[in-house]
Design a protein around this ligand. Structure first.
Ligand SMILES: C[S@@+](CC[C@H](N)C(=O)[O-])C[C@H]1O[C@@H](n2cnc3c(N)ncnc32)[C@H](O)[C@@H]1O
Length: 294
């Protein structure tokens, strides 16, 4: 299949660039290339004398991003950002002027039914952002006991009816395996009431919790945050765009270490009304930026 141009639209592009302020000749990392939107903006700023190293754990996003980055000084790597230091050492890079991570998934990944990330389309219950490694959501659901499943839905999905859903899964899987997104979404809808005045699907929180667990999203973020002090030069800038409070809390906490970081955002930067109207995904985006102390 030939790569298609990506659909994903970058969030907070102007704010990210203004705060990170990449300069000509600098070396930068985009730890989450996605469709390459932010990568492109950074690469244009560092110019031909600079260098941008772009990581993504999803090879198909890297293929898409390539089309958006032709002629720019960008090297793309298939890697999880929790291996950032090792990936940079392999390229002979010890320190960089800046790092951006725009967490979560790209619109293109959700749109592909076969990735199993969407409860709006039927597909295999996979959910791995890196389809080359790890365990699918279907396997996890088949294996975990109801206590652990409820924990995932409650802690990562903030689903109040987590125990009810977990029990129903365990009951259902005794009869037949749950291996499609539709099976799981229908199961959740059968035991989680639709909240009054809320428009979102009752399956939303369970799907979010499972996706976070399958991809160990919080563990990867913590490992990334722990590595940033080792690779950001004194004066180097790091920016993290997060999409829910579990992520933002960890970023906020990491940047509170004043021996290492000078926060450049006192409060997280959020999208303005115009951006939210044009790109609804930006509604929950929060950007925090910090500078490595000299
Ligand atoms: C929100 S999108 C990035 C969009 C990008 N900033 C743009 O402007 O097009 C997030 C991307 O990060 C990737 N990703 C998520 N977690 C990752 C991780 N731990 N390591 C590497 N890539 C990751 C996803 O596969 C996805 O392509």
């Amino acid at each position: 299949m030939s790569p298609q141009l990506a659909r994903h639209r970058s969030v907070l592009p102007r704010e990210t660039l203004d705060l990170l302020s990449p300069q000509p000749g600098e070396v930068w990392v985009d730890a989450t290339v996605g469709a390459g939107g932010h990568t492109r903006l950074i690469a244009e700023r560092v110019g031909p004398a600079g260098r941008v190293i772009g990581l993504d754990q999803d090879p198909s996003m890297l293929e898409r991003a390539k089309l958006n980055l032709v002629g720019l000084p960008v090297e793309l790597l298939h890697a999880n950002f929790d291996q950032l230091v090792a990936a940079l050492r392999n390229l002979g890079v010890q320190e960089v002027d800046g790092v951006l991570a725009d967490l979560g998934f790209a619109s293109d990944q959700v749109d592909e039914a076969e990735r199993g990330l969407s409860f709006q389309q039927d597909g295999p219950l996979d959910m791995r952002l890196d389809p080359t490694s790890g365990e699918s959501a279907a396997n996890l659901i088949a294996r975990e006991n109801d206590f652990n499943l409820a924990k995932i839905f409650f802690e990562y999905g903030e689903e109040r009816h987590s125990r009810r859903v977990a029990r129903k899964i365990v009951e259902t899987r005794k009869q037949s395996p749950i291996h499609t997104t539709k099976q799981l979404a229908d199961l959740v809808r059968s035991c989680v009431p639709r909240e009054k005045g809320r428009h979102f699907d009752p399956a939303t929180r369970v799907f979010q919790g499972l996706r976070i667990a399958v991809n160990d999203e919080l563990g990867s973020l913590e490992r990334l945050l722990a590595q940033l002090p080792r690779i950001a030069k004194p004066g180097g800038r790091v920016g993290i765009i997060s999409f829910h409070s579990l992520e933002d809390r960890r970023v906020k906490q990491a940047f509170q270490d004043r021996e290492t970081w000078e926060p450049l955002t006192k409060k997280p930067v959020i999208a303005g009304e115009d951006e939210v109207r044009d790109n609804p995904r930006s509604r929950s985006a929060k950007l925090r930026v910090a500078r490595r102390q000299s």
